[in-house]
Design a protein around this ligand. Structure first.
Ligand SMILES: NC(=O)c1ccc[n+]([C@@H]2O[C@H](COP(=O)([O-])OP(=O)(O)OC[C@H]3O[C@@H](n4cnc5c(N)ncnc54)[C@H](O)[C@@H]3O)[C@@H](O)[C@H]2O)c1
Length: 256
């Protein structure tokens, strides 16, 4: 099946695109014709995904920088030039580097220093990238910003209060910016993910199905499913969609 080139002539930055959901988004936007700036903290991973896109016949540039570092993000905006599409995907999925599941504790047992890692990447990282790349979109009178948040931020997740706060903060921030820039042809939306597994996770694993009991569709989500929704929201037919948060969660929680 050939992919429609809905993103031809667009430049897109996908943060944290060295693996997982971000990688799938970068590859999908490239298949649709965008020139993708592949960001990651890891230089090696960013290069690898950019090379993969090029091998597939797409256009990509690797840009390693840390979205939590405002000076680095500003430098990246200067060197990579304007982008019409910004996908804020970099996040720590509930863990700061070096943390394990055992480190996740009830909020009442945490201290402000424990919250930093979650807020820095999931909230400040988003604000940095939007602040740095939004002026180019306003100048061009066209832009698409999509931020990957989590259902932890929509419905709450025990032991992940700071992560939930950061993701909910990113959604609130997106709504405010959406109101500021709609008149410039720039839309700002969020995609709220439930548990995303590997692309080929078995759908019929009974142990996994039990663990996923709160999901109406009892399997983990696929990176390609997130990429498809982001492709729509950043594409030409989504110009009247802004300020929204779209759940992609197998029915884990409904919105109304
Ligand atoms: N995977 C899930 O189940 C899930 C669920 C809900 C929400 N999310 C959100 O979706 C997004 C992607 O999740 P994932 O599971 O693919 O993540 P992942 O941990 O597999 O990959 C994240 C990538 O981002 C990069 N990164 C991390 N911090 C960065 C920084 N400061 N600057 C630049 N790059 C950075 C990492 O190096 C990594 O390559 C995240 O925002 C996450 O919070 C994921």
């Amino acid at each position: 099946m050939t992919t429609e080139r809905t993103h031809a002539d667009r430049r897109a930055l996908v943060t944290g695109a060295g693996q997982g959901v971000g990688r799938a988004i970068a590859c999908e936007l490239a298949r649709r014709g965008a020139h993708v700036v592949v960001n990651d903290l890891s230089h090696e991973r960013a290069e690898q995904v950019a090379a993969e896109i090029a091998e597939d016949g797409g256009r990509a540039t690797a840009a390693a920088f840390d979205v939590t570092d405002w000076a680095a993000v500003r430098r990246a905006a200067e060197t990579s030039g304007p982008v019409g599409i910004l996908v804020n995907n970099a996040g720590n999925a509930g863990r700061t580097s070096g943390m394990t599941r055992d480190d996740l504790t009830p909020f009442v047992e945490t201290a402000p220093a424990d919250w930093e890692g979650f807020l820095r990447v999931n909230l400040y990282g988003v604000m940095h990238a939007v602040r740095a790349f939004l002026p180019g979109m306003i100048d061009a009178s066209w832009g698409r910003v999509v931020t990957l948040i989590s259902d932890a931020g929509r419905v709450g997740e025990p032991t992940l209060a700071a992560y939930s706060a950061a993701k909910a903060g990113a959604a609130g921030f997106s709504r405010a910016v959406a109101r500021e820039v709609g008149r410039h042809g720039v839309t700002v939306n969020c995609v709220s993910l439930g548990t995303i597994g590997p692309e080929d996770a078995p759908a019929d694993d009974p142990e996994r199905a039990r663990a996923l009991g709160r999901y109406v569709v009892r399997r983990t989500g696929r990176p390609s499913e997130a990429a498809a929704l982001v492709a729509f929201l950043t594409g030409p037919q989504a110009g009247w969609v802004t300020g929204q948060t779209y759940p992609l969660n197998g029915g884990y929680a409904f919105s109304h």
